[in-house]
Design a protein around this ligand. Structure first.
Ligand code: PAF
Length: 283
């Protein structure tokens, strides 16, 4: 695997592949790679000749009181993992390369409405930072396909919508959630979970699954289902941010005749914020 720290170096190299007619798959990350990321790379290689991964801890998508400064930066172990994977090129820019004019005057990409709900409601500005950096990365890499994990369901939906709205010539591919043995969705932030909290955090997945089962069985009392799930999370000693039954595409609260439904949840442990989701099709 070859590492590029500059946009021009990566672009020059990728153009030689494009001239040869080779397709490019792209996996953007913020590093601290786990098996879930490596599965995205494997998936990218199945349908593309060349795979590019990026590692960039994007300050623009972190709120003022969030974890940008303590976000785990694990370059050496990430490289070792990527070297064993199907990744051909790693793009590892610094802040100056990505935001040469600083953050305050950086042009932004906004995807309205969908980003006001769920994680967007608790993390104002977060998705603006994500859509801005992802569109920059798309312009730099110019991939045929970009692979995103379903674990970040709202992020995936927003990026799909942004790509459609802005006619970006990239196919957005969804990859399944990778889970630990007890069902916890893999995330770079799972390392924040305290040892004593760890056995109980599976409650998030459990309440989402219970709601999905209830809906499939015909229980359409969404408000009560959401409320009971939040109480169960609280009972385990965590704080629910949201548990919401949403329309899978628009992410607005689901109507009882919606057929594509996604149940999404976020909760705070003492030191981590965890998210998960489950989608159901009622046809
Ligand atoms: O999901 C992530 O790791 C980040 O939000 C992304 C897509 C790499 C943008 O910084």
């Amino acid at each position: 695997m070859q590492v590029f720290r500059t946009i021009s170096g990566l672009r020059d190299n990728l153009s030689t592949h494009r001239i040869r007619g080779q397709s490019i798959g792209f996996v953007p990350t913020m590093g601290n790679l786990h098996d879930g990321h490596l599965a995205l790379i494997k998936q990218a290689k199945e349908t593309n000749d060349i795979v590019v991964c990026s590692i960039f801890v994007n300050a623009l998508q972190f709120g003022l009181n969030e974890d940008w400064d303590k976000y785990p930066r694990t370059y050496d172990s990430d490289c070792a993992k990527l070297d064993q994977s199907d990744c051909d090129y790693l793009f590892f820019p610094d802040d100056g390369e990505m935001y040469p004019n600083g953050l305050d005057t950086q042009s932004r990409v906004i995807c309205p409405t969908m980003t006001d709900v769920l994680c967007g409601a608790s993390r104002p500005g977060h998705f603006e930072g994500v859509t801005t950096v992802v569109s920059k990365l798309f312009n730099i890499v110019q991939p045929d396909e970009a692979i995103f994990g379903i674990k970040d369901y709202q992020q995936l939906a927003v990026i799909k919508r942004m790509s459609q709205d802005l006619c970006l010539p990239v196919k957005i591919v969804a990859a399944p959630i990778h889970r630990e043995a007890d069902g916890l969705a893999m995330s770079s932030r799972n390392s924040y979970i305290k040892k004593e909290e760890r056995p109980k955090v599976k409650v998030l997945k459990e309440v989402l699954e219970l709601i999905a089962q209830q809906i499939k069985a015909g229980n359409m009392d969404f408000i009560k289902l959401e409320l009971e799930a939040k109480k169960r999370i609280q009972f385990e000693g965590f704080r629910a941010d949201y548990v919401t039954i949403s329309h899978s595409k628009t992410l607005q609260p689901a109507a009882i005749d919606d057929r594509q439904i996604t149940v999404l949840g976020a909760m705070y442990t003492e030191s981590a914020r965890l998210i998960d989701n489950i989608s159901i099709c009622l046809d």
